[in-house]
Ligand binder design. Structure first.
Ligand code: ATP
Length: 258
């Protein structure tokens, strides 16, 4: 059985239809990239798959059950969500914010155990945040807050990681750092990753499957080379481009053509 089954999903905001008959499945352990132009419905689909709301038509099944039928805490033990904005600039320290990722595992009124604290410490080290652990999140750069957000998701020890544009505020070096961490984590723990990415070249390098949506409709779904095809990407994004093969990684890469 597939981990996620998105069955003929349509959704409206008021009179406006934003998703049209979206239908696909996700296998456990895969990395699915959701791509598409601005306003095409990527975040709406991601939110629906996170169980944030009931879709108007169709259904989303996670491990065979309707995603909205799970209790909040139960779902938080299985799915970690890293939002588009990363961690907001709040007045907690890095360590406190990362430790919040352990909350789904705590019983009522219990505090963090030595094991919880060990997981937090280990993750802070892994993501290079140990030196900044006592710093207020509000004083971090956008990129550092993104890493804090990833660290909090990691300590949650979920089966699925859902990310909305995890590289938005990052320079190219930090984009690679974040995506390498995600990939290593996915390989070591066998978790499933679903992420919205605007950078099609990064999507081609890091995802095992891509879903291209446009105006709320599925344009294509499949392996990277099946989805990153010049004619289709040109049509959907309304821009001139060339698709080349990455000389080392052998995945399609896009060169823009003014
Ligand atoms: N809560 C809402 N109420 C009304 N309309 C909404 C709401 N959320 C999203 N929309 C609309 O739904 C459409 C899809 O939005 P969505 O955020 O899912 O797109 P997206 O592909 O993630 O865009 P982007 O790449 O710009 O982040 C947009 O037209 C947006 O204005």
């Amino acid at each position: 059985m597939s981990l996620f089954q998105v069955n003929h999903v349509s959704h409206f905001f008021g009179q406006k239809q934003v998703l049209y008959n979206i239908h696909f499945e996700i296998e456990e352990g895969s990395i699915l990239g959701i791509i598409g132009p601005n306003g095409s419905g990527k975040t709406t689909l991601l939110h629906a798959m996170s169980g944030l709301f009931d879709v108007d038509e169709g259904e989303i099944l996670f491990q065979g059950e309707k995603i909205t039928s799970y209790r909040k805490k139960e779902l938080a033990r299985k799915i970690a969500v890293m939002s588009q904005k990363g961690t907001p600039p709040i007045s907690f320290t890095v360590e406190e914010v990362v430790a919040m990722g352990r909350y789904p595992w705590l019983n009522f009124f219990s505090s963090l155990s030595s094991r919880d604290l060990f997981i937090v410490k280990q993750t802070l080290h892994q993501l290079g945040l140990w030196e900044k652990r006592a710093q207020q999140v509000a004083t971090l750069s956008g990129g550092e807050r993104q890493l804090v957000s990833l660290a909090r998701a990691m300590v949650q020890q979920p089966e699925v990681l859902i990310l909305d544009e995890p590289t938005t505020y990052l320079d190219i070096g930090h984009q690679m750092v974040v995506l390498e961490h995600i990939r290593r984590w996915q390989r070591e723990k066998g978790i499933t990753v679903i992420m919205v990415l605007h950078d099609l070249n990064l999507a081609a390098q890091y995802c095992s499957q891509l879903l291209l949506i446009h105006d709320g409709k599925m344009e294509s779904l499949g392996k990277v080379e099946e989805v990153i095809r010049a004619e289709e990407i040109e049509r959907v994004y309304q821009t001139k481009l060339i698709v080349v093969n990455h000389p080392k990684l052998k995945v399609p890469q896009i060169l823009l053509q003014a």
